[in-house]
Design a protein around this ligand. Structure first.
Ligand SMILES: *Cc1c(COP(=O)(O)O)cnc(C)c1O
Length: 497
């Protein structure tokens, strides 16, 4: 299968090449030329399969230039009893007859990013081996918290790859910082940056686009690549858990064959919900996609009006992994919704760059509205729903998942739709202990985040996620820091060039 550019500006490439390049060098994102499909029987038979076997069926359809052995190898390396403690890998938990939580945080770092970042490094190594390049790959990551640690865990000690993570020194929680600074592995570097996340992200993007600097590192036998969700290799593993969810619901006799489900996704970069859409294109029975946002509700407004407008205030919220105004993967979705109309995509993204907004045509808007609903949740509502769900079901939501549940409830109030609904749970509650504890107990005076973790444990009785246990006693292994203007020099220094 070939991968083409959403902007029609690049020749078709293999899956391995799309993964190695990360994004289209001329701008735009790689997408499959056609979306492969399963027969109904193939989908129904998945209820007898394990997660790893379902993973194989999906990856085989998209990554046609990887051999059977290669796929089995990468799947075993990514999804095993060491990396994911639950046998189902992504277990589905029942809240009530219509409402299920898809827990995507059983991986090493307690956030859903592990679902893709445990496998991406292995896919990338194979992709490098298939290319004729012998250069060592350097993964540059700018993170506001979750991606950094998940990428570090995925890439640590992977041969032929170095990873450098930049994070804003006052933009991540103490727990997130401790997770990153205690990372082991000879090929990992973590740098704290004096600045905010946008500064880090812009500096890293500039490095990717800096031809001269790329030439310099190429000369020193290095090449850059990316581990964020613009890379197709991060998106395709996310399709797997929508099929496994349907299979588990069938296996446990919660739904009947062919029954449609709703999927509610707390959304930031639009990667997770886009993977759900691809699953439906492949034959999964989906009724509605509920796109759940926090106060940064640029997507809610887009789904309601057809206008995508980032000319607005940016809010720092208690669901920080969704504090995003430019949702990169929306471009892939619009490519599908317009029937691969690259002229429209080019025009809209030119408008976005020049004016900070674009408006889709009426036909496209109506098509989108037939499938997707946009809802959003305030900070107060986020806390309220955490309390409500804890009281009613004795289940602890993290702040992001809470947005997914609240948005779902708003949707039900408006439509009375009683279709069985899956809420994607994107983080373990301990990852955002302070906000969760405040939701349950009111203001928290305690400053020490490790003590807050223990307090939350006392209140909820929920076991502390293994990736967050004993963090304060772990050895700090990284102590680099720099100014935003010095990020390039820092990269040079780390690579010794
Ligand atoms: C990354 C992240 C999200 C947003 O996912 P997208 O694929 O970017 O839409 C939501 N919740 C958590 C906890 C995350 O880490």
């Amino acid at each position: 299968m070939k991968y083409i550019s959403t902007r029609g500006n690049y020749e078709g490439v293999s899956a391995a090449e799309a993964i190695r390049l990360g994004m289209v060098p001329e701008g735009g994102l790689f997408v499959p030329e056609t979306v492969p499909a399963f027969s109904r029987d193939e989908i129904y038979q998945m209820n007898e399969l394990k997660y790893q076997e379902i993973a194989y069926q999906i990856l085989e359809k998209f990554l046609t230039d990887y051999s059977q052995e290669e796929l089995k190898e990468v799947i075993d390396a990514a999804y095993n009893e060491n990396s994911f403690v639950d046998q189902d890998i992504a277990p589905v938990v029942k809240l009530d007859d219509n409402l299920y939580i898809l827990e995507l945080w059983h991986g090493p770092t307690a956030a859903f990013k592990d679902m893709a970042l445990q496998i991406l490094p292995h896919l990338l190594v194979k992709a490098i081996n298939k290319s004729d390049s012998d250069k060592e790959v350097v993964i540059l990551v700018a993170t506001s918290g979750d991606t950094g640690k998940a990428a570090l865990e995925g890439f640590k000690d992977v041969d032929g790859i170095k990873i450098i993570v930049f994070y804003p020194d006052d933009g991540v929680s103490k727990v997130q910082e401790a997770q990153m600074l205690t990372t082991e592995g000879d090929n990992t570097t973590v740098v704290s940056v004096k600045g905010n996340f946008d500064d880090c992200q812009s500096a890293v993007k500039e490095i990717f686009a800096d031809k001269e600097f790329n030439n310099l590192i190429n000369h020193n036998n290095y090449q850059f690549s990316s581990a964020n969700s613009i890379n197709w290799g991060r998106l395709v593993p996310q399709i797997i858990y929508y099929f496994s969810t349907y299979a588990y619901l069938l296996r446990d006799e919660r739904i009947s064959k062919g029954e449609k489900i709703n999927i509610s996704v707390p959304t930031g970069n639009f990667g997770n919900i886009l993977a759900a859409y691809y699953a439906s294109q492949m034959g999964l029975a989906v009724n509605k996609f509920i796109c759940a946002s926090n106060t940064n509700k640029v997507l809610t407004d887009f789904l309601n009006t057809g206008i995508y407008d980032i000319n607005r205030d940016f809010h720092k919220t208690i669901s920080p992994s969704m504090d995003i105004l430019i949702s990169s993967n929306l471009e892939r979705f619009l490519f599908e919704m317009t029937g691969h109309d690259t002229d429209k995509i080019n025009q809209w993204y030119k408008d976005l760059k020049e004016t900070g907004k674009f408006e889709v045509d009426e036909a496209t808007r109506k098509k989108i509205q037939g499938l997707f609903v946009g809802e959003w949740t305030t900070e107060e509502e986020t806390k309220d729903i955490i309390t409500e769900v804890f009281k009613e079901y004795d289940y602890t939501l993290d702040t992001h998942t809470a947005v997914g549940v609240d948005s779902y409830q708003k949707y039900v109030a408006e439509t009375r739709d009683n279709t069985i609904t899956i809420i994607d749970s994107t983080a373990n509650p301990y990852k955002f202990s302070k906000s969760v504890l405040e939701a349950l107990e009111g203001d928290v005076a305690e400053e020490n985040e490790f003590k807050i973790l223990k307090k939350l444990n006392e209140v909820t009785g929920l076991e502390i996620h293994r990736g967050l246990r004993g963090l304060e006693e772990k050895e700090i292994r990284h102590n680099r820091n720099c100014n935003t203007t010095a990020i390039k020099a820092e990269v040079k220094d780390i690579l010794g060039i």
